[in-house]
Design a protein around this ligand. Structure first.
Ligand SMILES: C[S@@+](CC[C@H](N)C(=O)[O-])C[C@H]1O[C@@H](n2cnc3c(N)ncnc32)[C@H](O)[C@@H]1O
Length: 573
C-alpha cells in the first residue's frame, strides 16, 4: 500500500502467500515496548448509539473538566453539531478537525436519517460505509487528499490497480448466506441514507466497501477493554492474525498503539489476535469465519490448550514481578489435564455457548445462569483446569455480578484473587496484558470495601465465611493494596495506553495510599521491592504480607463457588 508508515514497521508483499501482505518489524522489540503508533485513521467511529455520548472525533467518552474560568457548577458536556444535532464533540478543536476529516461529507445525511428512521444515529457499519461513499462523492467536486486516500484504499489506485487497495474477501462473504444477507441490507441502508441514487453500480460499490471495512477495521477498545466503535488505518490493516501473536493493540482516543507481547526480531512478521485466542479451536475458527482464512499457527496446528501455550511462552520470566512469581508452576502447571480430552473441551464450550442469556438483569437470574454454566464446566473443575475456557469466564461473570451486590460484595474478593493467581497468568502470560491488570485493580477496589468493613467491625455481619473474615482481620489490607497498585502501575505503563482508565485509576489510588500517615516503614519496604524484586527484605515482605494473604483468599474461591453454585451454603468455619 502506498502510504506513509510509522517507523518500526514496513509492509512485506508476497503474492504467492495466502496472507499476501504482512507487517514486518524494522528492528527488534522487547515485550511491552511500543512498535508503532497510528494516529491518522481513515475511519474512526464510536459505536452506533454512543455517538451521542462520545466525542465523534477524538472518541473520548467523558468531556474534559471545565477550565477554572468556567463555573464549577456547569457540568462538562459534549456540544452537538448545530447543523445535524447528531454528532457531538468535546470541544471546538475536535469539531473543526472532524468537519475536515469526515463530517463535512456526512452532516446533511443525519437530517435524512431523522426524517426516514426517526433516529439521530446510525449503526456503525452503515455510517462508516456512508462516510466513505460521501467522501468519494465529494471528491468529484474537489475533496482533496482525504478522498484520494479513501479511493486508494476502497476502490484501488487511479490507474485501476486493485493490488493497491484493502483486502475485502468479497467472494468469501458472498458465499456466507446469513452474513451476506445482513451485509446487503447494511450496504443498501448506507446508500439510501447517503442520499445516492440506488443503481446496481453504487450498491455493488457499497457492498465492497463494507466487506473491506469488515476485514480491516479493528474494534476500538474502550477504557475498560469493552468494545466501542471501529478504527481503520490502512497501515495497521496490514497486520495479520495469529492465535499465538507476538503483538497486541491498545487504543488511546484516535490513536492505535501496536505493542510487542513477546520478543520480536528485526524482519520478523508482526501478528496480533483478531479474536479471543484463548478459546478452544472450534470456537476460534468460528470467530475467524468472517476473515475467510484457515489459521495455521502453532496453537491451531498442534491444537494446544492455554496451559500448553503458556508452558512454552518466552515471557514467563516477566512473572517474577507479578502475582504469580512461581515460574516453575507456569512451566509445569498443576491440575490433571490428561483427564479432559481436547474433544471434550470443545463439547463443553459448545454446550456453554448454547445456554441462554440470563432471564433478567437481577442477581437471581445471573446466579441461575452461573449454576447452569458451572455444571457444564464440571469436567474442567474436577481436573482443576481453572484457566481453560469457559471456566474463567464463568467465574469472572459471577465475580462481576457480586462486585456491585450489597450482600455478596465480600465474596467477590476471593474470586478476583483466584482469577488473578490461578487463571489470568496462564491465559495471558505477559503481566502487562490489560485483562491481568484490570482484575488486579478489581482486587484493590474490593479491598477498599473490605478494609472499611473490617475497620468498622461490620465485616462479620456481612460475611458468614469465618475463615475469610479471619484472614482479612489479620491481613495488612493497605499494604496489599499498595503492592498491587505498584504492580498495576509498573505493568500498566506497557499496556493499553497512558490514558487507559484502569491505569490512571491505579496511579491515583497509589498516590492516595502513599499519602496515608503512619505506614512509612511498609511503604519503604514496598518501594525497595519494586526497585529490586530480588532484594531479600523487600521480597520477604511481599511474600509474607501480600502474596500469602492473596493466596489464602484465593483458596476460599473454589469453596465459595461450589457452595453457591452447587446448592450448598456460604457459611464456613
Ligand atoms: C486485516 S487484513 C491483513 C492484511 C492482508 N494480509 C492484506 O494483504 O491485505 C485481514 C486479511 O488478511 C488475511 N489474513 C490475515 N491473517 C492471516 C493468516 N494468519 N493466514 C492467512 N491469511 C490471513 C485474511 O484474508 C484476512 O481476511
Amino acid at each position: 500500500m502506498a502510504q506513509a508508515l510509522p517507523p518500526g514497521v514496513r509492509i512485506h508483499n508476497d503474492p504467492s502467500s495466502p496472507k499476501r501482505r504482512s507487517l514486518r518489524a524494522t528492528r527488534a522489540f522487547s515485550p511491552g515496548s511500543t512498535i508503532a503508533t497510528f494516529s491518522n485513521p481513515l475511519l474512526a467511529l464510536p459505536d452506533g448509539a454512543t455517538m451521542r455520548t462520545t466525542c465523534n472525533y477524538c472518541l473520548r467518552t467523558t468531556a474534559p473538566s471545565p477550565s477554572p474560568s468556567q463555573s464549577a457548577a456547569t457540568p462538562p458536556a459534549f456540544k452537538a453539531c448545530t447543523a445535524c444535532k447528531a454528532a457531538v464533540y468535546c470541544g471546538p478543536a475536535c469539531q473543526r478537525a472532524h468537519w475536515k476529516a469526515a463530517h463535512k461529507a456526512e452532516c446533511k445525511m443525519f437530517a435524512r436519517v431523522r426524517e426516514q428512521a426517526g433516529k439521530d444515529w446510525l449503526p456503525t457499519p452503515v455510517r462508516a460505509v456512508a462516510q466513505v461513499l460521501l467522501t468519494l462523492q465529494q471528491g468529484k467536486s474537489g475533496g482533496g487528499g482525504r478522498e484520494a486516500e479513501m479511493r486508494r484504499a476502497f476502490i484501488g489506485s487511479a490507474d485501476g490497480e486493485e493490488e493497491d487497495g484493502l483486502e475485502g474477501n468479497v467472494e468469501g462473504f458472498k458465499k456466507d448466506g446469513e452474513v451476506w444477507k445482513d451485509m446487503e441490507l447494511q450496504a443498501t441502508a448506507a446508500v439510501v441514507y447517503a442520499g445516492l441514487l440506488q443503481g446496481e453500480e453504487v450498491l455493488e460499490k457499497a457492498r465492497e466497501i463494507l466487506c473491506k471495512i469488515q476485514t480491516n477495521a479493528f474494534n476500538r477498545l474502550d477504557a475498560d477493554t469493552g468494545m466501542a466503535g471501529i478504527f481503520l488505518d490502512v497501515g495497521l490493516a496490514m497486520v495479520n492474525h495469529s492465535c499465538v501473536p507476538n503483538a497486541f493493540i491498545g487504543f488511546d482516543k484516535r490513536t492505535a498503539i501496536l505493542r510487542a507481547e513477546r520478543p520480536i526480531q528485526e524482519g520478523e512478521e508482526i501478528t496480533i489476535s483478531y479474536i479471543d485466542n484463548t478459546l478452544p479451536k472450534a470456537a476460534r475458527y468460528e470467530a475467524l469465519r468472517l476473515y475467510h482464512f484457515q489459521c495455521d499457527c502453532v496453537r491451531c496446528k498442534d491444537d494446544l490448550d492455554v496451559y500448553e501455550v503458556c508452558q512454552s511462552s518466552p515471557v514467563i520470566p516477566l512473572n517474577s514481578f507479578s502475582l504469580h512469581p512461581d515460574l516453575a508452576k507456569l512451566r509445569d502447571p498443576p491440575g490433571d489435564r490428561a483427564k479432559v480430552s481436547k474433544a471434550e473441551m470443545e463439547v463443553i464450550h459448545k454446550k456453554w455457548q448454547a445456554l441462554a442469556k440470563p432471564d433478567g438483569d437481577d442477581e437471581e437470574s445471573h446466579l441461575k445462569l452461573a449454576r447452569e454454566r458451572w455444571k457444564v464446566c464440571r469436567p474442567l473443575i474436577e481436573a482443576r483446569m481453572w484457566a481453560a475456557e469457559p471456566l474463567p469466564t464463568t467465574i469472572l461473570q459471577l465475580a462481576t455480578t457480586w462486585q456491585t451486590s450489597y450482600k455478596k460484595v465480600v465474596y467477590a474478593l476471593p474470586l478476583f484473587c483466584f482469577l488473578s493467581t490461578e487463571c489470568d497468568p496462564y491465559k495471558f502470560v505477559a503481566p502487562f496484558m490489560p485483562w491481568r491488570i484490570k482484575n488486579i485493580v478489581a482486587v484493590v477496589k474490593l479491598l477498599a470495601v473490605t478494609g472499611e468493613l473490617t475497620a468498622s467491625g461490620a465485616l462479620a455481619t456481612r460475611c458468614s465465611h469465618e475463615a475469610l473474615v479471619g484472614t482479612l482481620a489479620t491481613a495488612d489490607q493497605v499494604s496489599i493494596c499498595e503492592a498491587l497498585l505498584r504492580l498495576a502501575v509498573h505493568h500498566g505503563a506497557s499496556s493499553v495506553s497512558d490514558d487507559w482508565e484502569v491505569f490512571t485509576q491505579a496511579k491515583s489510588m497509589l498516590e492516595d495510599v502513599e499519602s496515608l500517615e503512619g505506614r512509612e516503614q511498609e511503604s519503604n519496604m514496598l518501594r525497595t521491592w519494586v526497585e529490586d524484586p530480588e532484594d531479600p527484605r523487600g521480597a520477604a515482605f511481599f511474600e509474607n504480607q501480600v502474596l500469602r494473604p492473596i493466596q489464602t483468599l484465593s483458596t476460599f474461591a473454589v469453596e465459595i463457588l461450589e457452595s453457591t453454585l452447587d446448592g450448598g451454603s456460604l457459611v464456613k468455619k
